[in-house]
Design a protein around this ligand. Structure first.
Ligand SMILES: *Cc1c(COP(=O)(O)O)cnc(C)c1O
Length: 361
């Protein structure tokens, strides 16, 4: 068996111990004689799984009791519509910071349901920075304020939250959830597709303050109404059972093998530091993002030559460093170094880059 170093932006690498445990439990989950994929979602045994997933997430993230945790489907992309349908319900207005493709999609989708006001954008420089925010430009009567916390494609992240006062802050945390501690109480709603840092594709996690639930627009499809899912413990219909199970294993790994999110953050900062330190002194490779806004999850870089970029990606792939090609919209390279990427993977990648630089610099 061989395992490569997988730098995919998503779906992405999972902890090896999680995959092993899932393999061990594949045919017979804890004496039930069934795979988790085969069991009724209404069974006692499955209730135990979804219950553990929720309580582990609450514990690991420190989610206050006045927040609901929802296990949904449809990806983060469905939340681009679900959030406005449920939250744009008073003044039909929301504020957006446009820091990349995902933030743009969130803003565009919301504009179908109300006024989606752009407070600031970093489009002028290919989203290579997080714009300064002037609270005077915020809409005082917005129903919510939306940011994309970590910009997966461009490799930037918010390190300081906008001061939105009474306006609920909503964040897409698809590519940074569980990467470091986050003060959930500062947000009205958080959402994330699982396939970056929590598990397999097919599961979307929503963490929403209870008072924001229950005022969905009349046109809201039943399946898009947070209230329906909250009232039914994410079991209004069949949930993504197996993805929730893997997510539970990932959370257990963070809690018991890593030692929680403070520790996770330390490891992630160490990994990102290894790569950024190399990029900052390299004569061939360079990072594409303003230093202060650098993501610790997604690290884009270029050589300055499309030809050399392509050569690098090809040779890296042959050496089992896979999925390093940058997003199709920006080119170059991108190393996604999510929680499950071991330190050793980043060290070896840097070694490989140093060697490539010697031969091609
Ligand atoms: C991947 C990603 C999305 C899209 O997620 P889907 O689950 O494919 O809909 C949205 N936002 C961010 C920040 C992402 O990284």
């Amino acid at each position: 068996m061989k395992r490569v170093y997988n730098f995919s932006a998503g779906p992405s690498v999972l902890p090896e111990s999680v995959l092993r445990r899932a393999a061990d439990e594949m045919l017979d989950y804890q004496g039930s004689g069934q795979s988790v994929m085969e069991m009724s979602h209404r069974s006692k045994i499955y209730e135990g799984i979804i219950g553990s997933a929720e309580s582990l997430l609450r514990e690991v993230m420190g989610i206050p009791s006045n927040y609901k945790v929802l296990f949904l489907q449809g990806g983060a992309s469905s939340q681009f519509a679900m959030v406005p349908m449920n939250l744009m319900n008073k003044n039909h207005k929301a504020d957006f910071v446009v820091t990349g493709q995902w933030a743009t999609k969130a803003q565009k989708e919301a504009s179908r349901y109300g006024e989606a006001h752009i407070v600031a954008s970093s489009k002028d420089k290919t989203f290579s920075y997080i714009p300064d925010l002037d609270p005077a430009a915020f809409s005082k009567d917005a129903d919510y304020f939306h940011i994309c916390m970590n910009n997966t494609i461009y490799g930037t992240r918010f390190t300081k939250l906008p001061e939105t006062g009474d306006v609920p802050l909503v964040a897409d945390i698809s590519s940074c959830i569980l990467s470091e501690p986050i003060d959930v109480s500062k947000f009205g709603l958080l959402y994330a597709g699982a396939q970056k840092n929590m598990g397999p594709a097919g599961l979307t996690v929503v963490i929403v303050r209870e008072d924001l639930i229950g005022n969905a627009m009349d046109i809201t499809p039943t399946m898009f109404n947070y209230q329906i899912h909250a009232d039914n413990g994410s079991m209004y219909n069949t949930p993504p059972c197996y993805a929730i199970y893997i997510c539970m294993l990932v959370l257990d790994w963070i809690k018991n093998e890593i030692g929680g999110l403070e520790k996770m953050k330390e490891i992630n900062e160490h990994k990102a530091g290894i790569l950024y330190d190399f990029l900052d002194q390299s004569s061939l490779f360079k990072g594409t993002v303003v230093k202060k806004d650098r993501s610790i999850m997604n690290v884009p870089f270029v050589t300055g030559s499309d030809e050399l970029d392509a050569k690098f990606v090809k040779e890296a792939t042959a050496a089992d460093f896979v999925n390093l090609k940058g997003h199709r919209s920006v080119g170059g390279m991108r190393a996604s170094i999510y929680n499950a990427m071991p330190v050793e993977g980043v060290e070896k990648l840097v070694e490989f880059m140093r060697d490539f630089e010697k031969k091609n610099g």
